[in-house]
Design a protein around this ligand. Structure first.
Ligand SMILES: [Ca+2]
Ligand SMILES: [Ca+2]
Length: 227
């Protein structure tokens, strides 16, 4: 029933007009909803199930306890003697994504607010496949309290899906300690054909290098490198 005011004019449009208006509004909303859905589908990042980084073939990770003050270094040598570590972050097809220095650099100030990232992790990626033997070493670079540190080392093959090649626990005994976590040999297709754990020194074997915990930040260390 339509209500009327005292002048006899309707307060609301006749029902037919109202239905037409509702239809137009509904259609417009439907159109917006459709366009929004379409935009969302187009903007949605592609789901790469099981793939971490399509540009990398292998990922080598060293991780030690969150918030731990010690600086551990990951050093990887490829089949032709290229060496990647904090001093040479790119060599051959290898790349050191981050030199984690323990507690150092784990706190940043944004807009006056202190943010902490307690993670202690270094990652080396192999951006392509080069046949040969890879040597994965750890170096206990800086140890303020001189105590041993447990480090987890992982080697993963990323394509066509993530496959764990190696996972191990190492115990680094103090500044200057260098140990081999794993050696693995790849064939030309990226298949792991051999694994070994016998030590091969990469940094301590270099001339004029002697990692020393007493060295100050910014001073010369590892021969030519300054951290
Ligand atoms: Ca480091
Ligand atoms: Ca850290």
């Amino acid at each position: 029933m339509t209500r009327h005011n005292t002048t006899g004019r309707s307060l609301f449009p006749p029902e037919d007009d109202q239905n037409a208006f509702t239809d137009i509004l509904f259609n417009a909303l439907l159109g917006f909803a459709f366009m929004f859905s379409l935009a969302f589908i187009l903007l949605r990042p592609e789901v790469t199930d099981g793939k971490v980084d399509p540009k990398a073939e292998f990922m080598i990770t060293a991780q030690w306890p969150d918030g731990h003050p010690d600086d551990i270094d990951l050093i990887v040598e490829d089949g032709v003697g290229n060496l990647v570590w904090f001093d040479t972050r790119e060599a051959g097809l290898m790349h050191l994504d981050r030199d984690d220095r323990g507690w150092l650099g784990d706190t940043i100030t944004v807009n006056g607010q202190k943010l902490e990232n307690p993670l202690n992790q270094e990652v080396v990626t192999l951006r392509g496949i080069a046949a040969g033997e890879y040597v994965v070493n750890l170096l206990h670079y800086k140890s303020p309290d001189g105590k041993p540190v447990a480090v987890k080392v992982k080697v993963e093959k990323l394509n066509p899906q993530v496959t764990l090649i190696f996972a191990g626990n190492m115990l680094l005994t103090g500044a200057g300690d260098e140990q081999t976590a794993i050696r693995f040999r790849l064939d030309a297709t990226g298949k792991v054909v051999e694994m070994a754990t016998r030590d091969k020194l990469l940094i301590r074997a270099m001339p004029n290098t002697s990692p020393d915990a007493s060295k100050e930040v910014g001073g010369q260390a590892h021969g030519k490198a300054a951290k």
